[in-house]
Design a protein around this ligand. Structure first.
Ligand code: NAP
Ligand code: MG
Length: 497
């Protein structure tokens, strides 16, 4: 099946698969449709890839079902599942430079960050490889004439819909726990960033996975994503993306076969700095909290709250820090921030910046496009904001944050929780009691203390409120992919009744 020779400044020439990955083969879409993939750095077309329709979703689901009912379920031991995942982790490690380069080409993320993502994929896949032979049930004693055992079984065929902000990492986060627990998957990548996942698919067969266990399709959310979430033969759907689409996924599940749903959605996370914080550290983490991955993080620390005693000093130093972030070509080793992923996202973010200016907020730094080609935006800080402003309430998903002043711990807990979201939060302080009290009071799935974005595959991650439900990573993610069966055996020869 078709592939195309592409080139990146980091890896040189490489073969880019462009097909749909079904049954361990790259195939053409049934209708033969393709769509263009855009380079966000210079707005040129990189290549075209096959576009999945409902018919292709049907084929991918059928492949996953066949694998689940056949070889994967009946002949593959947990140890073997683990080995395949560890093999895949090793192959990711061996191919780190290529995978990272394709990620930077397609998504625009800085190459050093892309390598970090690949490293995290390796850790995640290896970690879940280790879990595969540790899925255990229970024996429960209810009476001398019964033997009851409780099995943890895979759910079956899982549809997984992922976004464009961490194309490879989300792929690994989804595959790891699903496959470790014995499920088969159909993953739909985001239309903006299909390329790195397709390169990763070339490693699946090499890792030893039987055909149909992992299927990956490129396509549009409204077509392929909707078909997957409303499919009658998909047993579970896992989604990462916007809250708006998360609602549609739940509706599609409810309107079809009531498939299980887990959602990892947006956020508007508070990053709280107390006057007793180590200010140099706090500024570094606040800067990293909002500008990492160009602000395109579901857990971005986009609402910064600073205690009044250090507010003026903080703003001054944070401005200087943000203005120094190296924005530019993602393939330069010293670049920290590349372009936003697409024209649409660029327009959305610039719209929010205009909105903030009109609402009367002060632009402390940034606020403009950089250059005329590529979707580059200056790191931007707004001050003089009020809680009711759109830029304080809505997820911007770009390099834009707001800074507000607070007086007391009680006040900032209330402000921190003043959002419909609840994904992440952080508190910076040298007082242990303050750290624990604030961390325990914030309604968020993760709270960092004197740090930000410190995710790890061993630690559960996910939201409360409208940031979704279900947890990714850690042991907790296994629960998303297991169901409980009770087997109760009557012992002895006593007659019923
Ligand atoms: P999105 O539409 O929620 O995209 C996420 C995934 O859902 C993509 O694979 C998308 O497909 C798919 N999708 C879209 N409509 C669907 C539908 N009706 N049924 C099933 N799947 C569907 O996000 P976006 O439009 O790219 O970005 C919009 C905003 O979402 C951002 O500004 C940001 O606020 C938020 N977002 C959050 C995250 C996160 O990590 N939580 C990630 C990305 C975006 P296609 O892209 O192929 O159409
Ligand atoms: Mg979309």
């Amino acid at each position: 099946m078709a592939s195309i020779t592409l080139k990146t400044p980091h890896s040189g020439d490489y073969e880019q698969p462009t097909g749909l990955f079904i049954n361990n083969e790259f195939v053409k879409a049934v209708d033969g449709k393709t769509f263009e993939v855009i380079n966000p750095t210079d707005e040129t077309v990189i290549c075209s890839v096959q576009e999945a329709s409902e018919k292709d979703v049907d084929l991918a689901v059928a492949a996953a079902r066949k694998a689940f009912q056949g070889e994967w379920r009946l002949k593959t031991t947990p140890e073997q599942r683990g080995k395949y995942l560890v093999n895949l982790a090793d192959l990711f490690e061996e191919n780190m430079d290529l995978l990272a380069a394709v990620e930077s080409l397609d998504n625009g993320k800085a190459i050093t960050m892309a390598k970090g993502d690949v490293g995290a994929c390796v850790g995640c896949l290896r970690y879940y490889g280790g879990w595969a032979d540790k899925i255990e049930g229970k024996v429960v004693d209810t009476s001398p004439d019964a033997f009851n055992y409780i099995r943890k079984e895979p759910i079956g065929v899982c549809g997984q819909i992922i976004p464009w902000n961490f194309p490879l990492l989300m792929w690994a986060w989804k595959i790891g726990p699903a496959v470790a627990t014995g499920n088969c998957v159909v993953i739909k990548t985001a239309e903006q960033t299909p390329l790195s996942a397709l390169v990763a698919c070339t490693l699946i067969k090499k890792a030893g996975f039987p055909p149909g266990v992992i299927n990956v399709i490129s396509g549009f959310g409204k077509i392929a994503g909707a078909a997957l979430s409303s499919h009658m033969d998909v047993d579970k759907v896992a989604f990462t993306g916007s809250t708006v689409v998360g609602r549609q996924i739940m509706k599609a599940a409810a309107g079809s076969n009531l498939k299980r749903v887990t959602l990892e959605l947006g956020g508007k996370s508070p990053n709280i700095v107390f006057a007793d914080a180590d200010i140099d550290n706090a500024i570094s983490w606040v800067n990293f909290g909002i500008y990492y991955n160009h602000g395109q993080c579901c857990c971005a620390g986009s609402r910064v709250y600073v205690q009044e005693g250090i507010y003026d000093k903080f703003i001054q130093r944070f401005k200087e820090r943000a203005a120094k972030n190296a924005v530019g070509d993602p393939f330069h080793e010293d670049t920290f921030q590349g372009p936003q992923v697409s024209q649409l996202q660029f327009d959305r973010i610039m719209g929010y910046i205009e909105e903030g200016k009109k609402a009367g907020a002060t632009v402390e730094v940034g606020g403009n496009r950089i250059g005329t080609k590529g979707f580059f935006i200056e790191p931007t800080i707004f001050s003089n904001v009020t809680e009711d402003m759109k830029i304080v309430q809505e997820e911007i998903f770009g390099p834009v944050c707001t800074v507000s002043k607070f007086k007391t711990k009680e006040e900032v807990i209330e402000l921190g929780n003043n959002t419909t979201y609840g994904l992440a939060a952080a508190v910076h302080t040298t007082n242990l009691n303050t750290a624990i009290e604030v961390a325990n009071s914030l309604k968020a799935g993760t709270v960092w203390v004197n740090s930000y974005n410190s995710l790890h595959w061993q630690l559960p991650f996910g939201g409360v409120k409208e940031s979704g439900h279900g947890r990714e990573l850690g042991e907790a993610a296994l629960d998303n992919y297991l169901q409980t069966k009770t087997v109760s055996i009557r012992l002895g020869d006593a007659l019923f009744g």
